[in-house]
Design a protein around this ligand. Structure first.
Ligand SMILES: NC(=O)c1ccc[n+]([C@@H]2O[C@H](COP(=O)([O-])OP(=O)(O)OC[C@H]3O[C@@H](n4cnc5c(N)ncnc54)[C@H](OP(=O)(O)O)[C@@H]3O)[C@@H](O)[C@H]2O)c1
Length: 237
């Protein structure tokens, strides 16, 4: 029960990595608050975990983020796991289509930090979500490569600017979450199996494996400005 008496807020806790982190933190005694983009997704996830508070939130909406954190009292740790990946050429679609995922990581994280910091208890931390494409850009996923780099760099710069609050980032590689169903549709299983074969560990990560690393970032009071990679060795191949 390492997280007993700890209040943990997970933005994007209704699915995938955020959901797995919420579940693990809850099992370890934390009081957990999660968000999804809708009341339905947030509440469905909360019911699967246990006695967890659930709210709808779009972190690109600054006023909504302020309202959300205003209703909370003391917070120990915040994970921002909101987001997804976007494929496509720079010349396809509108500029706004490309900017949205980047704004989610840039403005979304800024909105969250500004609103949550006044509620943060001593020893508190923020964890942002980067990703493999920072170090290993994938052709066609250029937007994701920028968005993940933004999240990881934000952890490093804010660790200095807002010390002693700790800021870290988790950088997942290919992880088995609903995000891939959204991106790959019916090709999901085939593509992930092909990718798994290329990795040193020969498998796709489970979201709870990423969650374990997130909880260690929250717990270790000497870790700040750090990016932890949970990628099955993908950066090496
Ligand atoms: N899975 C991977 O292989 C992988 C690899 C590298 C990096 N990542 C990154 O890890 C993060 C989590 O990914 P995941 O695989 O867990 O994805 P996921 O299963 O699709 O979960 C995404 C979460 O973000 C929420 N969300 C989406 N847009 C939002 C917004 N504007 N404001 C607030 N919340 C929002 C979603 O809410 P709803 O449930 O309501 O939609 C959901 O809770 C993402 O940033 C992703 O880019 C994932």
């Amino acid at each position: 029960m390492a997280f007993r008496n700890k209040n943990i807020v997970i933005i994007g806790g209704s699915s995938g990595i955020g959901f797995a982190t919420a579940q693990l933190a809850y099992q370890q005694g934390a009081t957990v608050t999660i968000t999804g983009t809708s009341t339905a997704t947030a509440q469905q996830a909360a019911q699967l975990i246990g006695n967890v508070a659930a709210y709808p939130l779009d972190i690109t909406d600054e006023h909504a983020v302020n309202r959300f954190f205003n209703q909370l009292t003391a917070i120990d740790h915040v994970l921002v796991s909101a987001g997804g990946t976007k494929l496509g050429s720079l010349f396809e679609g509108s500029v706004a289509d490309h900017a949205t995922p980047i704004q989610l990581r840039l403005l979304g994280n800024i909105h969250v930090v500004r609103a949550a910091t006044p509620k943060l208890r001593s020893g508190g931390s923020f964890t942002f979500t980067g990703g493999l494409s920072t170090d290993r850009p994938v052709s066609g996923a250029w937007v994701s490569g920028i968005a993940t780099a933004v999240a990881e760099q934000m952890a490093r710069v804010l660790a200095l600017d807002l010390a002693p609050i700790r800021f870290n980032a988790i950088s997942p590689g290919y992880t088995d979450t609903p995000m891939w169903t959204n991106v790959l549709g019916d090709n999901r299983e085939q593509v992930l199996a092909t990718v798994a074969h290329t990795l040193p560990v020969k498998r796709i990560a489970r979201p709870d494996e990423v969650a374990q690393a997130v909880l260690s970032l929250m717990q270790n009071k000497s870790v700040t400005g750090e990016v932890i990679h949970v990628d099955g060795g993908a950066r090496l191949v």
